[in-house]
Structure formats: C-alpha cells, structure tokens
Design a protein around this ligand. Structure first.
Ligand code: CP
Length: 309
C-alpha cells in the first residue's frame, strides 16, 4: 500500500495495513542504525522541529536522532526558554515555526487533542508525541515492533498492561493497536486507576494482578505517575508495589518466556523490580532503540514521498 496521511495523530485512526506498513518500513531503518556510518541522504533538504510542552528524554531525543540519521535538518524548540514563557499563544507559536519553512513538527502537549488542532491549522506534517491522557502513537508502534520481533507475530497474543491505565496515553495507544491484531488484552491496576470506559475498549479488566498475568505472553508495565500520589488514588507506594508491582515471583502464572516491556522512565522497586527490569526477559532498552527505527520510518513515510510497494 501507499502512505497517504498528512499526519500521525493516533493509533485509533490507523488501519492494520497502515500499522504493518510502518513496522515493515522500520526494518530497513534499523539496519541503517546498525551501520558504522549511520547516515542516509533520504531527507536531505527537509526540516523538522520538535516542540515539547512536556518533559521527555526518549521520545524527543529519538525523533531528533532519527531525523539526523536521515539527513533532515532538526531543531528543538525548548519551550521552557521560548517566547511561550512570555505568553505567546500556541497558534502564534505554530505559525512562527511554519513561517521558517519547517516541513514537519513533532509535538507533545499536556492537553489532549492539541496536536490535532495544530494539524488542522498548519500545512506542516504533524506527529503526536503524546497528548494528555489521550494517545502516544509512536510509543505503541515501537512496542508493537518490539513484540513482533520477539514473538514473530502480533496476532492473537495474550498481553497484560499493568499500572496507571487511567492516566496512560501509552495504554490507550497500545490497546487500539493490539486490538487490530485480535490480541487478548487484559488491563490491571487499582480500581481508582482504571478508566470507567475501560470495558468499552474491548479489554478484560482485572483488579487482581495474578488474573491479568495468567498465561500472559507479553506484559507491558506502566510507570506509576508519582505526581498523582497527592490525589489519593492509592494509599502508598509500598501498598501499590505489593499489590501491583511486577517481579519474577508474580510472573509464575505467565508464559515461561514472557516478554517484559516498560515505556520508561521506570520507578524501580515500585511498578517493576530492579531484578526483573535488568533480566533477559525485559526488552526495555531494546524498545528505546526500536523507537528510533520506528520514528525514522514515520519520517520517511511522511516526508520521503511514499511507502514500500
Ligand atoms: N516513553 C516516553 O514517552 O518517554 P519520555 O517521556 O522520556 O519521552
């Protein structure tokens, strides 16, 4: 198939064929990353800006290096030292960046729907790098790429997503994506961290971690957002950890070769034990590397002028 979208705003919008195209395009990108000279001229003459209104290590840096590996000119707008701090509106900030001739903008914003608003109001391509509690499409794509690499397929896998589902854009994007492949998706967490509409997403809701982990072939452990603790959504980190912390002992009912994912940053000893995070079952650093390949694939599809036949 040919890629036809101007923007990538969410997994909810993407068909299975589009997801397959992105994941297949990421394979040759990963090969480029393994070369001694990690540079191809594909996006020479193209300019991209990363505009993050929320903090990031992995997503922003990997978009920047992905663009550089493909010879695009990449610029990071440091929002905290920009004219946003003088009160410049989002719309004026976008128009300013557009006027400089950028072809593509990668945006993270605390408010759900902001990248969609920007995409409607600019000729630049827009990639959503996380909007509020809504979606984090490139995280889900790199998670799916990693799972497919290890399992050989995404079809019908038993996947547990554990933790703060309510506030997790990673969970939502993973659920939308994995649902396209008929996965048996279980979500687990304290009842205060499960969104009321969870059942409508077509997943099994478990308030007991062991139930969610039973036979799981993949476990995606989410970050407990420590900033939420003030809201009283769970009594203490110790209690959270004893009920929903994932460690080797808790995985006794999971598949023997269960794959452990975490989007990062991790709270070691809270949602995941250090022993498990550093074990051979965990592919957390591999996910980070795949994030570069998947983002190179998206830049290629959006800016490079087409897909693979
Ligand atoms: N997984 C993720 O989005 O990490 P960053 O916040 O570091 O980008």
């Amino acid at each position: 198939m040919k890629w036809t979208r101007k923007d990538v705003l969410g997994i909810r919008d993407l068909s299975r064929e589009e997801i397959d195209l992105i994941l297949d395009t990421a394979l040759p990108m990963r090969e480029i990353m393994r070369r001694d000279i990690k540079k191809v001229p594909t996006l020479r003459g193209k300019a991209m800006a990363t505009v993050f209104y929320e903090n990031s290590t992995r997503t922003r840096t990997s978009f920047e290096i992905a663009g550089k590996y493909m010879s695009a000119d990449t610029v990071n707008l440091a929002v905290s030292t920009s004219s946003v701090q003088k009160g410049e509106s989002l719309r004026d900030t976008i128009l300013t960046i557009e006027a400089m001739g950028f072809d593509l903008m990668v945006m993270r914003h605390a408010m759900a729907g902001t990248p969609h608003y920007v995409a409607r109001n600019t000729t630049m391509h827009v990639i959503n790098a996380g909007d509020g509690y809504d979606e984090h499409p490139t995280q889900a794509l790199l998670d799916m790429f990693t799972i497919r690499e290890h399992r050989g397929t995404l079809e019908g896998l038993k996947v547990a997503i554990v933790g703060d589902i309510l506030h997790s854009r990673v969970a939502r994007s993973n659920i939308y994506g994995l649902s396209r492949y008929g996965c048996d998706i279980r979500i687990a967490g304290p009842s205060t961290l499960i969104p009321p509409e969870a059942e409508r997403l077509g997943v099994k809701v478990c308030y007991d971690l062991d139930e969610a982990l039973e036979g799981a072939e993949v476990v995606n452990v989410l970050r407990i957002q420590l900033e939420r603790q003030q809201a009283g959504l769970f009594p203490s980190l110790d209690e959270y950890s004893s009920l929903f912390g994932v460690n080797k002992q808790r995985l006794r009912g999971a598949a023997k070769d269960v794959l452990i994912l975490h989007p990062g940053p991790m709270n070691r000893g809270v949602e995941i034990s250090s022993e498990l995070a550093d074990s051979a079952q965990a592919v957390i650093n591999e996910q980070v590397g795949h994030g570069v390949a998947v983002r190179m694939a998206l830049l290629y599809l959006l800016l490079g002028g087409g897909g693979v036949e």
